[in-house]
Design a protein around this ligand. Structure first.
Ligand SMILES: [Zn+2]
Length: 206
């Protein structure tokens, strides 16, 4: 098993979730979870702008409220956004009603900026079957390439090698604009993008 690749068993168990983009051709979909925060999201935006590519940001509502200027910048630069709950709840641990309320609270934070989104990504990739059923109007986006950028026991070189091997046409790749990921992300992201641009790939938003 490739360590950064989502096992196909998950896709089999949860076929209604989005794991990659079929028939996308040589296109990769970068996603960034947990922001927006000034310390790292701004750097991500600058990096994406340097390469002139768009991505998708799964935002924590609380961070949108705390850092509205970073969120506005992200919108202004033409990236997509998705809901990542208001307080980064773990669906497996949360009561279903509390979980749904927290998703709605994140929607409210986005609505203050006149934004709505059908895209939703459960924090930690954890979701109960009942929560999924009740979120039936959402497009629940998982990933097929997990960078593990937050894992400080992994070096950037190991991560870069792993995610390059795991990436396929139409892959959805998850990175994190949170501080735990900063050290790895700052090394890995530009090199990963450059590698696939050199291979003739394009990058798209969801
Ligand atoms: Zn998260």
């Amino acid at each position: 098993m490739v360590p950064h690749k989502t096992p196909s068993l998950f896709k089999y168990i949860w076929p209604s979730l989005v794991w990659n983009v079929p028939n996308a051709g040589k296109k990769i979909f970068l996603t960034f979870d947990d922001g927006p925060i000034p310390e790292l999201t701004e750097w991500v935006l600058e990096t994406l702008a340097q390469f002139n590519i768009k991505a998708t940001f799964f935002c924590v509502g609380e961070n949108v409220d705390k850092h509205p200027e970073v969120f506005d910048k992200l919108l202004l630069e033409g990236h997509s956004i998705g809901n990542h709950t208001h307080h980064h709840l773990n669906g497996r641990k949360a009561l279903t009603q509390n979980y749904l309320d927290n998703v709605a609270l994140c929607d409210e934070a986005l609505a203050k900026h006149n934004e709505t989104t059908e895209l939703f990504r459960p924090p930690y990739g954890r979701l109960k079957t009942r929560q999924r059923k009740l979120l039936k109007n959402r497009k629940v986006v998982m990933w097929d390439v997990l960078s593990k950028d937050y894992d400080q026991s992994l070096s950037p070189e190991i991560i870069l090698d792993g995610i390059i091997k795991a990436t396929q046409p139409g892959s959805i790749v998850v990175f994190h604009d949170n501080l735990k990921a900063e050290k790895n992300l700052k090394v890995v992201l530009p090199k990963y993008i450059q590698h696939f641009l050199n291979q003739g790939y394009q990058f798209g938003r969801l």
